[in-house]
Design a protein around this ligand. Structure first.
Ligand code: NDP
Ligand code: MG
Ligand code: MG
Length: 335
């Protein structure tokens, strides 16, 4: 069984006296930076000139500088920018401010693992990756809890990288919930696989396709929406709490029998084959190259796909229905 690290295993002292620059104030940036600050660490935020988040970070009580100035000022530089632009910002603005003995920190191994950022040998490189969207990283911290996380050390120039990674995870609140040690390779490949096949890609396709089948067969879209999208959260909550066992226990025998016998026909051997292909493209770098090029072409594909996704009937009917259910927290909280 893998070892879990908790608060007692981590010493914030490893980061005391050091300035931590958090580059970016988006989903992870705003959450991790505020948690680190509230944990008593010396935090500055690096943003580009004119960023609308500049004032927001200042309102949150944080010191804000340009990325280049923050890189110069800091001993520990955490890059929480979108993965596909990190390399460009790193070489233009971060590397010139990096000194021997500094630390570079990531929350996803993409740029290191796929060779988009190649740091000099005299800096520490480690990862602190909360296993959660940013907004929950902040909310759970405020509630006195935390989200689970990962740490990994890629390069240990000072001999302190692992202690700093644990301290960093503590500052973010992850050791309150439990932290597992991994490698940049393992985190990168499993994270990409999970979001493509299961968490984001798989779930979205399952919802859309099952919705389409019901509607094409003549059922009301509102009925299809409730059945294929709305109820999913209730099911996932049960799985999250007690595994599949708790879900199967809670649903009717009819649902349990139908689910156990029909599920494998829907996610079938052909789907397994598609999952292996997705994994292979992650392992051999093809997905990474494609996504880096997507970033360099101003997200040509992503922009179009986002538009098409918003126009999908499940989204159109969903917007109307959610407006009739004001108890749902349906607005997109920016931060
Ligand atoms: P976001 O897309 O939310 O980050 C946006 C931030 O990056 C904004 O502050 C934006 O500033 C800034 N930014 C964008 N372009 C530039 C630029 N050229 N120069 C300077 N600043 C720029 O990122 P995420 O928080 O989603 O992801 C950050 C990292 O965390 C990634 O490595 C990701 O894989 C990882 N991660 C993310 C998770 C998540 O829940 N989102 C979960 C776990 C890991 P501006 O205001 O100027 O636009
Ligand atoms: Mg990810
Ligand atoms: Mg039902």
């Amino acid at each position: 069984m893998v070892e879990m690290f908790y608060d007692k295993d981590a010493d914030l002292g490893a980061l005391k006296g050091k300035t931590v620059a958090v580059m970016g104030y988006g989903s992870q940036g705003h959450a991790q930076a505020q948690n680190l600050h509230d944990s008593g660490l010396d935090v500055v935020i690096g943003l580009r000139e004119g960023s609308r988040r500049w004032a927001q970070a200042e309102n949150d009580g944080l010191k804000v500088m340009t990325v280049a100035d923050a890189a110069k000022a800091a001993d520990v530089i955490q890059i929480l920018l979108p993965d596909e632009i990190q390399s460009q910002v790193y070489y233009a603005e971060i590397e010139p401010g990096l000194e021997a003995g500094n630390a570079l920190v990531f929350s996803h191994g993409f740029n290191i693992h796929y060779n988009q950022i190649v740091p000099s040998k005299d800096v520490d490189v480690y990862m602190v990756a909360p296993k959660s969207p940013g907004h929950l990283v902040r909310r759970t911290y405020n509630e006195g809890a935390g989200v689970p996380g990962l740490i990994a050390v890629y390069q240990d120039a000072t001999g302190n990288a692992r202690k700093m990674a644990l301290a960093h995870a503590k500052g973010v609140g992850c050791t309150r919930a439990g932290v597992i040690e991994t490698t940049f390779r393992e985190e990168t490949e499993t994270d990409l696989f999970g979001e493509q096949v299961d968490l984001c890609g798989g779930v979205a396709s399952l919802i859309k396709t099952s919705f389409e089948v019901l509607v094409e067969a003549g059922y009301q879209p509102e009925m299809a929406y409730f059945e294929t999208l709305h109820e999913l959260k209730l099911i996932v909550d049960l799985i999250h709490e007690g595994g599949l066992e708790k879900m199967w226990y809670s649903v009717s025998n009819t649902a349990e029998y139908g689910g156990l016998t029909v599920g494998p026909q829907v996610i079938n051997e052909e789907s397994r084959e598609a999952m292996y292909i997705a994994l292979e493209r992650i392992q051999n770098g093809e997905f990474a190259r494609e996504f880096v090029l997507e970033g360099q072409t101003n997200h040509a594909v992503l922009t179009s796909m986002e538009r098409l996704e918003n126009e999908h009937p499940v989204e159109v009917v969903g917007k109307k229905l959610r407006a009739m259910m004001p108890w749902l927290n349906s607005e997109l909280n920016e931060e």
